[in-house]
Design a protein around this ligand. Structure first.
Ligand SMILES: C[S@@+](CC[C@H](N)C(=O)[O-])C[C@H]1O[C@@H](n2cnc3c(N)ncnc32)[C@H](O)[C@@H]1O
Length: 177
């Protein structure tokens, strides 16, 4: 059974990828991952905007930066993380999800710039969400939902300072101690 899911963002470029990496981080947090490891340029402003969300809306969720993808992914494999690389060329998620879900710990790899061949080789699975080109944000959301059977939709966020009370119409937000 899956106990921990983290996300690895490959090839982040500070200016160009700011918005998409921020959105991937928000999706990772909201859909139940505990951390995003950003490989590429260290982007303090992107981390701050995600940390601010975690501070207000709860966690736990961490943003970390690394320089060398191969070293980091190898280290994760040594820690028994199963590496699931999302690519439109991969095997279809709905055909492989039952297998992947047998893992305790999963690291989902998403690209930004072109992903090197060796990432495909090192990964335990190369997985597609449709075999059409789209977005790492969408692919990440679908895969996180599939791997957790929708249970992440009920996740409680610890240390939250505020919480939304769902409404048929309008907005209701309460402050928490
Ligand atoms: C928008 S693509 C850009 C790819 C890059 N421009 C290139 O030439 O390789 C960025 C990332 O989105 C994800 N992605 C896009 N389409 C996907 C699909 N159909 N299934 C799974 N992941 C996908 C992959 O992780 C990919 O590395």
């Amino acid at each position: 059974m899956v106990k921990e899911i983290i996300v690895f963002r490959y090839g982040h470029r500070e200016v160009r990828d700011y918005r998409v990496t921020s959105h991937c981080s928000m999706v990772a947090r909201a859909f139940g991952a505990s951390k995003i490891i950003v490989c590429g340029e260290k982007d303090a402003s992107m981390k701050k905007s995600v940390d601010d969300i975690t501070e207000r809306w709860g966690g736990p969720f961490k943003v970390e930066f690394v320089n060398e993808w191969e070293k980091e992914l190898t280290k994760l494999q040594e820690k028994k993380f199963v590496l699931v690389h999302l690519t439109m060329y991969g095997e279809q998620i709905h055909k492989k999800e039952a297998d992947i879900k047998k893992a305790d710990k999963i690291c989902i790899i998403i690209g930004s710039q072109k992903v090197e061949r060796d990432v495909y080789k090192l990964s335990n699975y190369n997985i597609s969400v449709t075999n059409q080109p789209h977005s790492e944000i969408a692919a990440l959301a679908v895969v996180l939902d599939r791997l957790q059977d929708g249970k992440e939709l009920e996740k409680k966020f610890r240390t939250a300072k505020r919480e939304i009370i769902p409404q048929e119409r309008g907005k209701k937000v309460i402050s928490l101690k």
